[in-house]
Design a protein around this ligand. Structure first.
Ligand SMILES: Nc1ncnc2c1ncn2[C@@H]1O[C@H](COP(=O)(O)OP(=O)(O)OP(=O)(O)O)[C@@H](O)[C@H]1O
Ligand SMILES: [Mg+2]
Length: 327
């Protein structure tokens, strides 16, 4: 079934993700899909947490860390500045500690604890995850296209539960730590009693927020996940392995999109030998793809003669992917 048909048949799939290894075309396909859906009259937000600012690159506009930027009618983009999120996150913790214990300054021991805690990868992922939660929970769009980083075929997504646990543990740990300081700072405390309840309420809120959004993002009724691959044996093998892993986590894959297929029509022309070889290699690989994924391949996208950047290229690609002329 062609990609366009899937989208029109499943309007309930409002969260769209393209996964796959690095550099295969996730950002390119995300941008083309966002363009296509916006041109069809839907309100679309494409977002990423990639520090490389690849949306800024492909749309040729400075989007990074600027919140939601309107790119054209119905199309908005957001590139989360993860570093800044981490700092904001640290500040938030600081403010809470100050507030809860009525301190005017953070004791050095606690300050170094906060610094150590935020240097950990779990903290970074939590801050990033929190940013994604914010975007999804806020609402306001018909479609959300999450341009994923190549992190192990978006295993990031599957491990969300674990990240969230690590985060809670961190916060709970911080709460423990605070208890140890209780004695020393008891004289500075405002109201020891209510601060405990405050922390607990905080934890509960976070838990509910994350629970709600992670249910949305992994719900097969609302989320569609597509794998990007190219006609190369090694990539096909990696994709098969990743697909198997996904099925173990019970994350449904909605289909595969093959990128960078070189036109066989070129063989009729006077082309260099290396290109003939590549076309030949691709023929074998495309055969393997048919064997491995069959009719779950939703589109074959040709190799373009230049990088895909800027509106004209995005539009051409969208027209090929969705087999439709677009305004
Ligand atoms: N069909 C194509 N024809 C020509 N160039 C392409 C095609 N698809 C993608 N590219 C180019 O390949 C490069 C990598 O594509 P892209 O950035 O979309 O990959 P990615 O999977 O998002 O990478 P990363 O894993 O680093 O995020 C880009 O320069 C893009 O313009
Ligand atoms: Mg990318």
């Amino acid at each position: 079934m062609p990609l366009a048909e899937i989208f029109s048949k499943h309007p309930e799939h409002r969260y769209i993700m393209f996964g796959g290894k690095g550099g295969l075309g996730k950002t390119t396909f995300s941008a083309a899909t966002a363009y296509y859906l916006a041109r069809k009259g839907h309100r679309v937000l494409i977002f990423s947490v990639d520090p490389q600012a690849s949306l800024s690159d492909i749309f040729e506009q400075d989007i990074f860390g600027q919140g939601k930027v309107e790119l054209m009618e119905n199309l908005f983009a957001c590139e989360v500045d993860a570093d800044r999120r981490i700092h904001e996150y640290q500040d938030q913790i600081r403010r809470k500690i100050l507030d809860m214990y009525g301190m005017s300054e953070i004791p050095e021991e606690i300050e170094s604890y906060i610094r150590a805690a935020s240097a950990e990868p779990a903290m970074e992922e939590s801050a990033i995850f929190d940013a994604v939660v914010d975007i999804v929970v806020e609402g306001g769009f018909d479609y959300y296209i999450y341009d994923l980083v190549p992190l192990g075929h978006a295993l990031y997504y599957l491990s969300m539960g674990a990240i969230y646990d690590a985060w809670l543990e961190k916060i709970t740990g911080l709460r423990e730590q605070m208890r140890q300081y209780d004695e020393a700072i008891s004289t500075m405390k405002r109201q020891g009693q209510t601060s405990e309840d405050q922390i607990y309420q905080e934890l509960l809120d976070i838990k509910n927020r994350i629970g709600a959004s992670s249910r949305i993002m992994t719900d097969p009724k609302r989320t569609a996940f597509y794998f990007v691959l190219t006609p190369e044996e090694m990539i096909i093998e990696d994709t098969r392995k990743a697909a198997h892993l996904f099925s173990q986590y019970r994350v449904p894959i909605n289909g595969y999109v093959v990128n960078r297929v070189i036109s066989r029509g070129l063989l009729e022309q006077n082309i260099p030998e290396y290109l003939r070889h590549r076309i030949d290699m691709q023929r074998g690989a495309l055969e393997s793809i048919r064997t491995a994924f069959g009719d779950r391949v939703l589109a074959y996208v040709p190799e373009f003669d230049s990088e895909i950047k800027g509106w004209a290229a995005i539009k051409s690609l969208a027209e090929v992917m969705y087999e439709e002329s677009l305004p």
